[in-house]
Design a protein around this ligand. Structure first.
Ligand SMILES: [Zn+2]
Length: 177
């Protein structure tokens, strides 16, 4: 299965590329904004679509770590690098600039769902602190709902649930660990 992004609203559409032959033009109607658009299935297009399907979870280990999005009905697996400071995690939408934009059709994930603060302590270890961002469905850490004022320190492998989507923290490598 492959995906294409609507050029108008950024919603993405999943299709079965095996049904089509190379060189064929496909017409899609975006089920979000109803825009009609077409793409031509060439070899380079298929390669480009395939490229991001097996991202490396450890790729940002030397830096500030990553958020790994588990594949589900709404989204492909994604690895999104974290930065120092506040990282807003949410559903990617056009024109909204956040640090961890998750490409998904999960409507239960807010566009600015929760915030993961990343900083180094005096020893140079990277510290992760999670808080909810007043999201509609709440932020769950290991199946426990975070309260409005909770600020929770999380470690490598922590499992967060945002709407119907599960994400995992892949922490940075600590220097003296
Ligand atoms: Zn659209």
């Amino acid at each position: 299965m492959k995906r294409v992004r609507c050029p108008k609203c950024d919603h993405y559409i999943i299709f079965d590329e095996k049904k089509y032959t190379e060189g064929q033009s496909l017409i899609f109607v975006c089920d979000e904004c109803k825009k009609q658009f077409s793409i031509r299935i060439g070899k380079s297009k298929l390669n480009e679509l395939q490229k991001n399907e097996n991202p490396d979870e450890q790729e940002n280990k030397d830096n500030f770590g990553s958020i790994v999005v588990i594949e589900n009905a709404f989204a492909y697996k994604q690895v999104l690098p974290l930065k120092e400071g506040d990282n807003i995690i949410g559903r990617r939408s056009k024109g909204m600039d956040i640090e961890v934009p998750i490409e998904t059709n999960d409507r239960n994930m807010d566009r600015r769902h929760c915030v993961l603060n990343v900083k180094r302590d005096k020893q140079g270890n990277v510290i992760y602190t999670l808080r909810d961002n007043n999201s509609l469905c709440g932020t769950f850490l290991m199946n426990e709902l975070l309260g409005d004022h909770d600020r929770v320190r999380i470690e490598d492998g922590a499992i967060l649930t945002l709407g119907a989507t599960t994400v995992i923290l892949r922490a940075a490598e600590n220097k003296d660990a």
